[in-house]
Write a protein that binds this ligand. Structure first.
Ligand code: XMP
Length: 311
């Protein structure tokens, strides 16, 4: 049986010993993993910790501000770095999922390396968890926050000494730790991947395509707010499909996929049996709010054989 309180004691002690009197920063996305990692670091070194949030342009609607507020409620004051241009430039022209993931990872750590220098911080804390490591090592997909475990050396490559207090535990255990730290259940949002909406736009990531998937995601989240889902989101495909307008005009439009899954640890997942009414409302709203969309599909596949995210 996982003992969350003991875990907290041990990790805080480890962080305290490792960091000593040096300065450190925690890279947070607002998700439960990185927030818990930052809270442990804050308990260990107090004001020697800076909390850093990268606003990469790939987050959901209103997310940077929400994250900022939520962190403040937890006693963590985050600095937001707006880096939209850097991220979109790094992803420009790329269509292969693994190339996109690696490009995201590169600009992510290069930015953090610069921030470390600016802050005079010797250590960086991040919320990598066991599932991230397992999937990256197995070659399923390159998670944005795994380096050392696949022989990429953060110190040589980005000038970062990285500490990962959660790297041996899984999502449900992280949630137990969050609870032990007094985080409210509503603060434990559904998982959202580090590379954000870039891996939910199949093919090239452009600000316009991200904006479409951002609007569609908002619809899916709003309509499933009271339905238990591990994750619920929208994906924009690269293909197009023929539609027709009410006055009989051909319209070659975008295809959006809606995906909702149940899962415990993200290693396996099952689709959620959403009520038909909810599905139809999602379909209608996505189309109405995005006139370029002609088809809305629902993904029925579990993991395996699919993964949760499309890329
Ligand atoms: P997959 O798509 O592999 O996702 O079934 C498993 C879980 O991991 C999340 N995910 C990521 N999280 N960085 C993250 O922090 C990533 O690069 C990444 N890729 C996928 C995904 O949302 C799901 O919860």
């Amino acid at each position: 049986m996982f003992d969350a309180k003991k875990f907290v004691r041990e990790k805080v002690e480890w962080l305290k010993e490792t960091i000593g009197n040096e300065k450190a920063f925690a890279a947070v996305s607002g998700g439960v993993d990185s927030t818990v990692a930052a809270m442990l670091a804050h308990m260990a070194i107090g004001n020697n910790l800076t909390v850093v949030f990268l606003d990469d342009g790939l987050m959901r609607a209103g997310e940077p501000q929400q994250v900022h507020n939520r962190l403040r409620q937890l006693g963590l004051n985050a600095r937001i770095y707006r880096l939209w241009d850097d991220f979109f430039a790094a992803l420009k022209g790329l269509t292969d999922p693994e190339e996109k993931r690696k490009a995201f990872r590169e600009v992510f750590y290069r930015s953090l390396g610069k921030i470390a220098e600016e802050l005079g911080a010797k250590f960086m804390i991040q919320g990598t968890i066991a599932a991230d490591v397992v999937e990256t090592k197995a070659g399923v997909k390159t998670q944005h926050n795994v380096l050392e475990q696949i022989n990429v050396h953060p110190l040589e490559r980005y000038g970062l000494r990285i500490l990962e207090p959660l790297k041996d535990i899984y999502k449900h255990e992280v949630r137990a730790v969050a609870k032990a730290l007094g985080m409210k259940p509503e603060a434990m949002r559904r998982p959202f991947p580090g590379p954000g909406l870039s891996i939910r736009v199949i093919g090239e990531v452009t600000p316009e395509r991200v904006e479409l998937v951002r609007r569609a995601t908002k619809v899916v989240e709003e309509e499933t707010k009271n339905i238990p889902c591990f994750q619920a989101f929208a994906v924009l495909l690269r293909d197009r499909a023929t539609g027709v307008t009410k006055d009989l005009k051909r319209k070659y439009g975008e295809i959006v996929v809606v995906r909702t899954v149940k899962s415990k640890d993200a290693m396996t997942a099952e689709p959620v049996a959403l009520p038909w009414k909810v599905l139809r409302r999602i379909e209608r709203r996505i189309r109405e709010e995005n006139p370029s969309v002609t088809h809305v599909l629902y993904d029925l596949t579990g993991k395996p054989p699919a993964t949760i995210e499309f890329e």
